[in-house]
Design a protein around this ligand. Structure first.
Ligand code: NAP
Ligand code: ZN
Ligand code: ZN
Length: 351
């Protein structure tokens, strides 16, 4: 297999910082697109994975799955892009394309399983897939996304994970006018959850542990912001929500949020903390509540989300960083100090 070299940032153990390395990318095959990465968002999953908080990381680990770049070459049978186009890559780079999930356009739930953008088996080159903290990526065009005109390419990057991960469950649980919807945690996912739920015309209440984020929550589209450490404020909302989207990256009391649901309401977890979250039986039994989960979204749904974001102007709030600042950015994520997504300006990787 012919390869070309790319620059990247890689973690070599759970405790080592990300450092510059050189990696191989495959030469584009007939259905591939080769993309020079312009921007890559920094998802909390990148941090979980780099530090082996999900206990499955294979090193070296090159995170990054909110990728927007410029197409440089396309394979002989690839028709979706031409050189010079903008293209996106999210959390998925392949799947079996035959199982029931794949046939239903839910490639993220492929039973084979799906090939994720990093830390999955790379069936072409061997070893593990390497993500978007890199100068270039090569991907099957079936797993690439069009970036609609009118979306700023840097701000579009976080849509490819934070955007679709919040959009997909809001759609699946049919959030819309007349519903009261909670979003828990104002980080990368949470701020997109607030924006999408508002664009879908629900009544939106944000729950945050950070009093300093109250004003931002309102500006981003929440009708109301509750500081979740305030028990009296929480009690006012007990048993009143149709749907709650939990976007928290760390340990927290899930029962406090289950208690917000009314009869037949659903709490959907999209946050992926390292340790289990204990659920008290009576948080679910009375009154008949559902506790669910959701992972990213399929490729067609991701394209639908991008088109929705462009049409309704639902775009992430970003802070641009150079590649060299990635370790600082990880530390700031842990301090809940991000407004509200870091995006790496990949031109800096050559600095
Ligand atoms: P993030 O930007 O770091 O935001 C996480 C937010 O959670 C923080 O801003 C904070 O909000 C809240 N939080 C953090 N520590 C907390 C604590 N100890 N107690 C209570 N609240 C706390 O992270 P993200 O990129 O949005 O990702 C959030 C989670 O979703 C991560 O676990 C990530 O791995 C996961 N994720 C899952 C999927 C999926 O497919 N399901 C996709 C992407 C990411 P406040 O300051 O407002 O309290
Ligand atoms: Zn992510
Ligand atoms: Zn499949």
């Amino acid at each position: 297999m012919n390869t070309t070299k790319a620059k990247a940032y890689s973690a070599s153990s759970p405790t080592s910082p990300l450092v510059p390395v050189e990696i191989d990318r495959r030469e584009p095959g007939p259905k591939d697109v080769e993309i020079d990465i312009l921007f890559c968002g920094v998802c909390h999953s990148d941090l979980h994975q780099a530090r082996d908080e999900w206990h499955n990381t294979v090193y070296p680990c090159i995170p990054g799955h909110e990728i927007v770049g410029r197409v440089t070459r396309v394979g002989s049978r690839a028709t979706k892009f031409k050189a010079g186009d903008l293209a996106g890559v999210g959390c998925l780079v392949d799947s079996c394309r035959k199982c029931a999930s794949c046939l239903a356009g839910r490639e993220q739930y492929c039973t084979a399983p799906a090939v994720f953008t990093y830390n999955s088996d790379d069936v072409v080159l061997g070893g593990k897939t390497f993500g978007g903290y890199a100068s270039r990526i090569v991907v099957d065009e079936a797993f690439s996304l069009r970036i609609p005109a009118g979306l700023d390419p840097a701000a579009a990057a976080p849509l490819l994970c934070a955007g679709i991960t919040t959009y997909s469950p809001l759609r699946h649980w049919k959030v819309g006018p007349g519903q009261k919807v909670g979003v828990v945690g104002l980080g990368g996912l949470g701020h997109m959850g607030v924006k999408f739920a508002r664009a879908m015309e629900a009544r939106v209440v944000l729950f945050t542990t950070s009093p300093r984020k109250v004003e931002d929550g309102l500006k981003l589209g929440a009708h109301e912001v509750v500081v979740s450490t305030n028990e009296a404020e929480m009690a006012k909302h007990a048993g009143s929500f149709d749907f709650v989207l939990d976007c928290v990256s760390a340990q927290h009391d899930i029962n406090a949020y289950l208690g917000l649901l009314k009869l037949d309401g659903t709490l959907c977890l999209v946050g992926a903390p390292e340790h289990p979250l204990p659920v008290a039986a009576f948080s679910l039994l009375l009154p008949r509540r559902s506790f669910a989960g959701s992972a990213i979204g399929g490729i067609a749904e991701t394209q639908e989300m991008l088109d929705f974001a462009a049409r309704y102007r639902v775009t992430p709030e970003i802070e641009m960083i150079p590649m060299q600042k990635i370790n600082d950015a990880f530390e700031r994520l842990l301090k809940q100090d991000v407004r509200y997504r870091f995006v790496i300006d990949m031109a800096s990787i050559n600095a």
